[in-house]
Design a protein around this ligand. Structure first.
Ligand SMILES: Nc1ncnc2c1ncn2[C@@H]1O[C@H](COP(=O)(O)OP(=O)(O)OP(=O)(O)O)[C@@H](O)[C@H]1O
Ligand SMILES: [Mg+2]
Length: 313
């Protein structure tokens, strides 16, 4: 099966400033890819190029099977984009904004109305439908913005920082919407500065720093890439502890505790071999926990900076 998004060697500079430096990216259909990175990393630039708003300087891009360079119109008809800055027309009501999208997409009156009603319902905007967005909260505007993009029933949805500035409840509502889109078979590329968001939503995560992907993988794979992973073993008494410490050649974590911390990546293979060594030494393990660093640790390790959320907090 062709990936929904396939990017190779994507380049973009603004004047002398290199913003994207040979970016490669593949997103299989029906999955969520999160592009994670600090301010200025190139997230919006990437989304703008993939959604035909900004021309690239070089590289190959295919979206839903269409070549971005040769057939931008086909790409446009397959995608929706919800930007970091909203496209909502503030003079029109919510429902009128959706009708505008229906007209732009030539949906026809009946079909347009049906889809608008469905989206207003799904995005909890029924009561707000006939008010102008000036009376909406930030979260409601984001939801309307996304609903507008979904009027055309896109295969691929780009979300540029969909939850920045939203309160935890609105953020969760947006996460539910994203999960619903994927359940319906959609493919999503989202950008975020929130590690938790990437952790919650994404099948795969790319860490973008200064125009390059410095890491890519599942949340668990990324967490295993940074030092600090260990397996904590607990024992029922000092005797098995002593024998385990001897067998593994490490000292107990702290004086008086019945635990050992074994550095390792926490993978199944590493656990198997660890347990086999203990088994060979005839040691019973009372408890075992795998500790992996969280994505904040990953971000710090990969970019050399704390996460943006920490900087602004
Ligand atoms: N139109 C433009 N002209 C000149 N420079 C630009 C333009 N658009 C973006 N840049 C520069 O490109 C770099 C990447 O910007 P981009 O908006 O893609 O970052 P971002 O990862 O989306 O950041 P943020 O988290 O702040 O949204 C920045 O240094 C920015 O100043
Ligand atoms: Mg941006």
């Amino acid at each position: 099966m062709n990936p929904a998004i396939a990017v190779t060697g994507l380049r973009k500079s603004f004047g002398p400033k290199v913003v994207l430096d040979a970016l490669d990216l593949t997103v299989p259909e029906g999955t969520v890819f999160a592009l994670l990175g600090p301010n200025g990393a190139g997230k919006t630039t990437t989304v703008d190029i993939l959604s035909t708003l900004t021309p690239a300087d070089g590289g190959e891009v295919r979206i839903a099977g269409h070549d971005l360079h040769r057939d931008p119109a086909a790409v446009r008809s397959a995608i929706a984009l919800t930007g970091q800055f909203s496209a909502v027309d503030t003079l029109l009501t919510g429902r009128e904004n959706l009708r505008l999208m229906s007209d732009l997409n030539h949906l026809g009156r009946k079909e347009g109305q049906r889809r608008a009603d469905d989206l207003l319902e799904r995005f909890d905007l029924v009561e707000a439908a006939d008010k102008v967005p000036a009376m909406y909260s930030g979260g409601m505007r984001r939801r309307l913005d996304l609903a507008m993009g979904l009027m055309a029933d896109p295969r691929v949805v780009f979300l540029d920082e969909p939850t920045t500035g939203l309160d935890p409840r609105s953020r969760r509502a947006m996460w539910d919407i994203v999960r619903g889109l994927v359940a319906d078979g959609g493919t999503i590329l989202l950008t975020t500065q929130y590690l938790e968001e990437a952790d919650q939503l994404a099948d795969r995560i790319g860490v973008l720093d200064a125009g390059r992907l410095v890491a890519e993988g599942t949340a668990d794979e990324l967490k295993r890439m940074v030092p600090g992973s260990h397996v904590r073993l607990e024992f029922a008494g000092p005797e098995p502890l002593r024998r385990a410490a001897h067998a593994l050649g490490i000292a107990p974590a702290d004086e008086g505790s019945l635990a050992l911390e074994v550095p390792g990546d926490g993978s199944v293979a590493a656990l198997k071999s660890l347990l086999a060594r203990l088994d060979d030494a005839g040691v019973d393990v009372a408890g075992l926990t795998v500790h992996t660093p969280d994505l904040d640790d990953v971000f710090l390790a990969l970019t050399g900076r704390p996460t943006p959320a920490e900087v602004t907090a």
